[in-house]
Design a protein around this ligand. Sequence first.
Ligand SMILES: C[S@@+](CC[C@H](N)C(=O)[O-])C[C@H]1O[C@@H](n2cnc3c(N)ncnc32)[C@H](O)[C@@H]1O
Length: 723
Amino acid sequence: MEDPKEHPSVSSERNGTQTATEPTAKTTGEAGGKRTGKDKKEKKKKKAKPQRTGEWATDIERKNASFERYYEAQNLFEDRTELDLMLDSLKRDLPTTFRVTGSRITANDVNDIIRKVHVPNLTGIQHEGVDVDPPRPIPWYLGGLAWQINVNKSVVRKLVPFQQMQRFLVYETEVGNISRQEATAQILEAMHTLPSGEPVSSPSGIIIANDSDYKRAGLLVHQSARLPSPSLVVTNVDASYYPNIYIDNQGMTLEFDRILCDVPCSGDGTMRKNAVIWRQWTIQGANGLHCLQLRILQRAMRMLAPGGRIVYSTCSLNPVENEAVVAAAIKSSAGEYQLVDVSNRLPELVRRPGITSWQVCTDKDTMNMESSFTAYWERLNDKQRADSKIVETMFPPQEVHELNLDRCWRIYPHLQNTGGFFVAVLERSPTYVLPPPKKKHTKRPVDDLANDSEQDGERTRKRARVDTNVEVTLDTEMADPTPVDTEPGPVEKEKKEKGKGTYKEDPYTYVDANSELVTYLLKCLQVQDTITNARGETEAFPRHNLFVRNADATTLRSVYLSNDRVKAVLTSNEPSRLRFISAGVKLAVRQDAGARKAMAQGGPDAETAQKYRVLHDSVSQVLPFMRPEDVIHGDTRLLKVFVERMYPLAREFASPYGEVLGRCELGHHVLQIDPSSADSEVLKGGECAYVIEVWITLTVGQVDAPTDIPHLEVERVAQSDAR
Ligand SMILES: C[S@@+](CC[C@H](N)C(=O)[O-])C[C@H]1O[C@@H](n2cnc3c(N)ncnc32)[C@H](O)[C@@H]1O
């Protein structure tokens, strides 16, 4: 369920031998011939400057005889013609889909702009005499917040209204209001949304997002930066050996209420957008992932709380990666886990039930397909058995009909013009009693981690009932399908080595909540210690959850904020065991420039200049704790100046804002803009106020100012990161 463009592994870094954009010998006419110096230069140039991913798709032949034979043998459909429909669909480009991010207070406003401006603009137009389909809401997606554009990219490029919408999408994606499908981001959004639909800026739960690939883990940080959250921790470990996560120093471990195992897979369901998979798909690749997928799922099963749920998903249609994994995992749980009947969920999403009979390809050369492990095993000699990479769990187990595999969802591309997916929901019995805890291990080297899972978390764990909203995602994108019957090549080896790299992240150091530094910081941010919230309860600003990313918390440069649960995890675990990559949200940064300038110029505010500035994305963390009179209220004229000017001078704002900003103390301020003041009908209808942070400082003479300003005049200048 991921965006291929975000997947470095499908482009040149994936196989390290031939990039998707490299011309093949066939297309360059090089086959057999000697390369000239010019050819080599050309090739080097092309290598150095790869085309954007996505553009290569059209060059790839969408054919793979082994793939087609493999799926023919699976008998997925009653009628052979349906298989043809599926294969045909896999050969077509995937329509563009996106969703408006649900928890953002702007979600309805952004959706309204799509509905009221872009859809009408794109309705009733034609391209080369053919009607062009306007964007349509995806019927099964909640709240009408997901959209599909069924128009070919080449057409989009030619039609002005589509170009306009494209620009809108790019911009809104950049600021986080629109998202290509990313599971982690969606879970984060869900955590930031109350059941009533109301957004919540500081949920009490924790989400741990993990990827064993360092770059991909970095991508998780990057993607989540669009929805900064004090609840998020990103880790970089092998999910099949995920270490126990302690939440105190007594050995109490975290149990998750929900786990998403979006496991590495062969990705054959993504062929519509990653056409390169047509070329790369091999049976060894798919078979080779089965054991890792099973280990990841089984590790997740041991980290789940009684009554909790796991979603196991792949973007593959291969039963060996899907039903076989789920069946083996349930079987191994000795009745503790079962598949959940989710047939009443998302009724408009067309899908088929999981299957109970499938074939395993036991010989890649002959494409020999078998349905019984016993029959396969019996015909092997000892040497063949020792070398065999085919394992019993790949086959349908004897009790296949008792496992409710029909509760799994198979989402086929031809049913609703989508990619191919597999989804299963597993539940741990609520009555399962965890074994007593074992003493906590501290400061163990990273390589020891396997023990946590293999010798087993179960025996080591103390029962820790933490409340709801504890979630983890144990992976991300399609991994390299390492062939099962070959040694890993140099690229795989290098990747494995990289994964084991030394942990070199900055430490997470919580700041003394009662220190003068924290008091000063909160004063600069105009944060009150306590407020009475909308429910009439007294709520304290979580000053005890402020941390810095260095060992010495006596000077605060960048200040981060987490919630209590994230703090418990960060402070109870050796960072190198869990390999924390990022946690919480960056709240504020020290910005002495304004103060220094004021001092240097002897300006009137030299004494009072504030030093901390809240980051735009964290305004929602401080706003509820600000006194209403400290928030500057305005209309869209105020907003317009910020949109048009990088460093507007106070007097460039129309009255009364020029005067208001001119009187403000230097430093951090928050502006709240009432949308009903907008000129545009669409903006006017918006439900939410625009809130932006503004930093007021002094400027000397002309930064970007009208020429009538005397050169050395000291003036107030306002700036917002929200631009
Ligand atoms: C299907 S993707 C998940 C996509 C992700 N949910 C998203 O929305 O972006 C699988 C990911 O698993 C990662 N991976 C592969 N092997 C892993 C392992 N042993 N442990 C953790 N992650 C792994 C890959 O790097 C890849 O990013």
